[in-house]
Design a protein around this ligand. Structure first.
Ligand SMILES: [Zn+2]
Length: 129
């Protein structure tokens, strides 16, 4: 596996989080990386966290890293935005090092958030789907 810092994706993640009012997400403690050479070919992105045990052991705060796999690059901008929203939604309100799960981070809720984002980003469009 190879990991490369992705400042361009970090910019998009920041913009989406700010636009959606995700003020619980401490963007100074969210990193974005591209990964290459994963054996899982169907995964688009995943959210990693520094859990409570490691925070205590390292005497530090929670930290999240969003990993973007090779499949991400092949998607449309809209689909990519939805993937970013999906990964951001895994970060809980507490920003404590845990995750919200797929009962909440589901297609329906991601679509609601995407529509909200698109209405700000593309105010001239009447419909975004
Ligand atoms: Zn997920």
């Amino acid at each position: 596996m190879r990991y490369i810092d992705a400042p361009d994706l970090k910019k998009r993640v920041d913009e989406i989080a700010v636009t959606l009012g995700m003020s619980h997400v401490n963007l100074a403690r969210v990193a974005c990386l591209r990964s290459y050479g994963s054996s899982t070919k169907r995964t688009i992105a995943r959210c990693h966290a520094l859990g409570k045990m490691m925070q205590k052991a390292m005497d530090t705060q929670a930290f999240y890293a969003i990993e973007f796999l090779e499949l991400f690059e092949k998607m449309s901008e809209k689909e990519q935005d939805k993937v970013i929203i999906h990964e951001l939604m895994h970060i809980p309100k507490s920003f404590g090092g845990g995750f919200r799960h797929h009962d909440f981070v589901c297609e329906q809720n991601v679509d609601i958030m995407y529509e909200k984002y698109a209405s700000v980003k593309y105010p001239d469009k009447r419909r975004w789907f």
